[in-house]
Design a protein around this ligand. Structure first.
Ligand SMILES: Cc1cc2nc3c(=O)[nH]c(=O)nc-3n(C[C@H](O)[C@H](O)[C@H](O)COP(=O)(O)OP(=O)(O)OC[C@H]3O[C@@H](n4cnc5c(N)ncnc54)[C@H](O)[C@@H]3O)c2cc1C
Length: 505
């Protein structure tokens, strides 16, 4: 990846503001359709919400509970598409919903909900379909659950590495001939004859005007501000995650891809235990905020730990087991009621020459980016091009069929004494670029050692992360699992998201 701010000094068909998941999908889709596209990000790629999600590609069982059938259907179609187009970046997760004492999701309503969830997804789920288990069976596989667990259902969803997905899409923008520059903050939109005609951008101590026939603001929590919309058009809510040790699951159906959906004993809210890079992510919370930089509080950590203790007393996790904690901020379309009850729908606001993306989900960002680029093509008076991202494999998708790519990675990893699981983690991170890591290790064999004893990443990955880093002076590990899982210890006072952008400084 080459960072070239001077490339912004030309006229574009489309300027995309914000390098989170919405900006990255929009810019990749547009560049593939042949639009002259620029993507600018104030801070680092995925430095805001898009590295702080629960990392799920899911329809959302709880949205179904609220009757958001259209939203769930859209997300399930995208989940299946992304599993197909990016087997390295997305992976199936097997969720267990145990009927622990007091669990709200259980019995016939749960069975019906999961039946609907499976049937809203495209056909072909196979073994990923929901199915029931007896209390004996589930306690055999997850003995840490409350001993009063009477039964369970399992169902299929999917996981990803959100920040890595963004980085991969940004690389796709560059490969498709677009311009992508981080550390480039939009300070003001530029107007010409009643139409937005680009933006002023501050980058590397220099201010310049990026001229564009159409501008799309995908600035997440800052979108309303950057696009000059009424701040009341969105509602910001904070969600935290904590990283805890791996789950000691055992049994023929419980594997390292087994996750848990639980209800919190105090308010019945859904929260998850999700395996990620050998650790367990527990989250999330949902509280109103006005500050996109708000950090994690001890009370929020205690809330999540209390939820785990009630359903999974056998884990015995306490504050001392928390390796890391971080907060992210959702941008929701303004509505009354409890934060958890507000729809996760997405909306596109239009002004002459300007579009603003508000709300949405990591899972559905691609289809919504497709709609943004459709709208931009209409705005530019171009005939609509079918969206290439509907069918195009992700930029780093291995060229070999996925089972062959896995076998190849495992074979290479054996030369370094790696377990198959560790080699597959490397394949998931690097995709078709894994060869670069093998070449690096041949030259620097000492870099095959683990970067951190608890994480399946080697030192060579740090070297590659530094090479791919586009923003001088930033921590190359910040957006890697190392940065999140061991670098955000609230007890050391670093749990605040790093200083984010905000328009105009
Ligand atoms: C706790 C939590 C858990 C979630 N879990 C899930 C999940 O499991 N699955 C799911 O599908 N969704 C999930 N979501 C939702 C999902 O993460 C968001 O919908 C998505 O990340 C939003 O992406 P975005 O691109 O709109 O915003 P962001 O990722 O916030 O990106 C906006 C970018 O704009 C940049 N920017 C801001 N101002 C400027 C400026 N002036 N100039 C240039 N750049 C600027 C910012 O630096 C930022 O990088 C979760 C959200 C939260 C908070």
């Amino acid at each position: 990846m080459i960072r070239d701010p001077t490339a912004l000094d030309q006229e574009f068909d489309l300027l995309v503001v914000g390098g989170g998941i919405y900006g990255a999908w929009t810019a990749w889709d547009a560049a593939l359709r042949g639009l002259r596209t620029a993507l600018v990000e104030a801070n680092d790629w995925a430095s805001a919400t898009s590295s702080r999600s629960s990392k799920l590609l899911h329809g959302g069982l709880r949205y179904l509970e609220r009757g958001d059938v259209g939203l769930v259907r859209k997300a399930l179609v995208e989940r299946e598409r992304l599993l197909r187009l990016g087997p390295h970046r997305t992976w199936p997760l097997h969720f267990v919903v145990p009927a622990t004492p007091g669990a709200r999701y259980r019995g016939l309503p749960l069975a019906l909900g999961l039946w609907a969830y499976d049937h809203l997804a495209p056909p072909g789920l196979g073994e990923r379909r929901a199915r029931p288990w007896t209390g004996h069976e589930v306690l055999g596989a997850a003995p840490f659950l409350h001993p009063g667990t009477t039964s369970a259902w399992t169902y299929g969803d999917a996981g990803t590495d959100d920040a890595r997905l963004v980085l991969e899409l940004v690389d796709g923008v560059l490969r498709a001939g677009g311009v992508a520059v981080n550390g480039a903050r939009v300070t003001r939109l530029v107007e010409n004859q009643g139409r937005i005609a680009g933006a002023e951008v501050a980058c590397d101590g220099r201010n310049s005007t990026v001229r564009a026939r159409s501008t799309v603001v995908c600035a997440g929590p800052w979108a309303a501000q950057v696009a000059g919309l009424d701040p009341g058009s969105v509602r910001l809510t904070k969600g935290i995650h904590v990283a805890l040790p791996p789950l000691p699951v055992a049994g023929p159906w419980a594997t390292e891809d087994t996750a848990f959906l639980l209800n919190h004993p105090t308010d019945g809210r859904v929260f998850f235990l999700i395996p990620w890079y050998g650790m367990t992510l527990v989250g999330t919370t949902d509280t109103d905020t006005t500050d996109p930089h708000e950090g994690v509080t001890e009370g929020e950590i205690a809330y999540l730990l209390a939820g785990v203790a009630a359903a999974c007393p056998g884990l015995g996790w306490g504050r001392g087991d928390v390796r890391s904690a971080w907060a992210g901020v959702r941008t929701l379309l303004a509505a009354q009621g409890h934060a958890s009850a507000i729809s996760r729908e997405w909306s596109l606001v239009r002004r002459p020459g300007l579009f603003a993306s508000l709300g949405g989900k990591l899972t559905s960002a691609r289809i919504e980016a497709e709609r943004i680029v459709d709208a931009v093509e209409d705005d530019l008076g171009r005939p609509r091009t079918p969206s290439p991202t509907r069918t195009q494999p992700l930029p780093w998708c291995p060229t070999l069929p996925w089972p062959d790519a896995c076998a190849e990675a495992i074979r290479h990893g054996q030369a370094w004494g790696w377990s198959p699981a560790r080699s597959l983690t490397a394949l998931r991170r690097h995709g078709q670029r894994l060869g670069t890591l093998w070449l690096h290790l041949e030259e620097h064999p000492e870099d095959a050692n683990l970067l951190h004893p608890d994480l399946p990443l080697c030192r060579g990955e740090l070297a590659l992360a530094a090479q791919n880093m586009l923003l001088p002076g930033q921590d190359p590990l910040a957006r890697t699992p190392v940065g999140l899982l061991v670098g955000n210890d609230v007890s050391r006072g670093t749990a605040q998201p790093e200083a984010g952008p905000g328009p105009g400084g």
